[in-house]
Design a protein. Structure first.
Length: 201
């Protein structure tokens, strides 16, 4: 059992670091440079922060940045639909479908609104690389509750698949994460973003 006082401070620190990281990404005019800094700082957090989900011997791996996977997209309307995945200690977490992103040449992803404390937009994805070069249960693209979003440009959302990242359960089985439902599963490959964890010697 973790000491709750200490653990809560670690988690608060982690959240501040992640919010600051994405704020810096949004302020950087060059996406490739922003991505390199994102990789470097996430890797440092993963290696050293006491709130990381890292297990002994694990390391982060990321594909090389590819500008072809960056888009500016309007969120399209979608019929409301309820989704309540169970996430361990949180129980059933209520989401409502708020819209959909149609990504040219790749497919569509449902956009989910978190209807509980904090509120926010959440976009998970699972693509054809899952279980081969990327985590088999899928990755996350946007999670605004945790500060993980790239902002908007001219009224459109920045959707950059190079910033897809693994959920905590990819590293620590004690975490139970909401994973991509049917409307967030792509037949196309998304070979960019975070890859399956490495095993360090």
């Amino acid at each position: 059992m973790k000491d709750l006082c200490t653990w809560s401070q670690h988690v608060a620190s982690w959240r501040r670091e992640v919010h600051a990281l994405y704020a810096d990404v949004r302020s950087n005019a060059d996406p490739a440079t922003a991505h390199a800094a994102w990789v470097e700082r996430r890797t440092a957090l993963f290696r050293t922060h006491p709130a990381t989900a890292r297990q002994p011997g694990q390391g982060l791996r990321h594909a090389r940045y590819d500008a072809a996977y960056r888009f500016r997209l309007e969120m399209q309307p979608a019929e409301p639909e309820e989704w309540a995945p169970t996430t361990g200690s949180d129980g059933a977490v209520p989401f409502t479908r708020a819209g959909r992103f149609e990504i040219p040449g790749i497919g569509g992803l449902d956009v989910w609104w978190l209807g509980s404390y904090g509120n926010g937009i959440f976009v998970p994805l699972r693509d054809a690389t899952a279980g081969r070069t990327t985590y088999g249960a899928g990755r996350y693209l946007l999670d605004t509750v945790k500060g993980a979003d790239l902002g908007r440009e001219g009224g459109a959302w920045v959707i950059d698949l190079n910033f897809s990242y693994n959920p905590s359960c990819a590293y620590d089985p004690s975490w139970a994460c909401p994973l991509a439902p049917r409307g967030n599963r792509l037949e196309a490959e998304v070979p960019v973003g975070e890859l399956t964890p490495s095993t360090e010697g």
